[in-house]
Design a protein around this ligand. Sequence first.
Ligand code: PGA
Length: 243
Amino acid sequence: MSFYCIGNWKMHKTPQEAKTFLQTQKLKSTPKTILVGFAVPSLVGQSASEALKDSSVLWGGQNCYSEKQGAFTGETSPYVLKEMGASFCLVGHSERRQVFLETDEMIGNKVKAVQDNGMTPLLCIGETSEDRKWNRTEEVVLSQLRQGLAKADTKKPLWVAYEPVWAIGTGQVATLEQVEHAHKFIHRFLVENFRGGVPVLYGGSVKPDNAGAISKLESVNGFLVGGASLDIDVWNQLLGSCV
Ligand code: PGA
């Protein structure tokens, strides 16, 4: 299995900035074992698509609605993302859950919609600091997995990202033991309830100086990277330090 390095740009970069970044990235030689992708703002999708033409670098959405079309003012259609050239879409990122109050049920519907429209869902799960304090990490992760995958098709592609909420954008990365424990737990759930071979990515303050050690953990199949994916030099330093 390749090692996945997916950048999550969140609400950063204009179409022009994205184009410049991605055209430069396309010319960089990354190890063949690393699959590189960027989750870009919807409004930047067209420019990402043009910049990455004939490239092995993928791009995807950060969110979409669970319906293909209809009276859903302001929403992004998975069908349109696909037509624009997206190959994957994040679903249930903690900012969607916390700021936009997405429920596990909505997230389960979105996972299905992304698959139905020919893209790979990257289902994001993870506990808050409160959950961890009260020893509820496994319970929370389990419930997010069960509901997030309730309508998913086991025969279609799926990626999962474990992102402890307290580690996102805080500089407070999870310890190797915490990452290993959660990833093994998630892999076990997937093998027993979904299928084997699903890549499980780690996210939460991944930087060039901690990526090397985390990427060596057997249960970690890749990274979902926010802050460190915005600057092309930092990003390529990070890629260079993986596995
Ligand atoms: P971070 O964000 O790398 O800035 O912590 C990760 C994410 O939100 O996916």
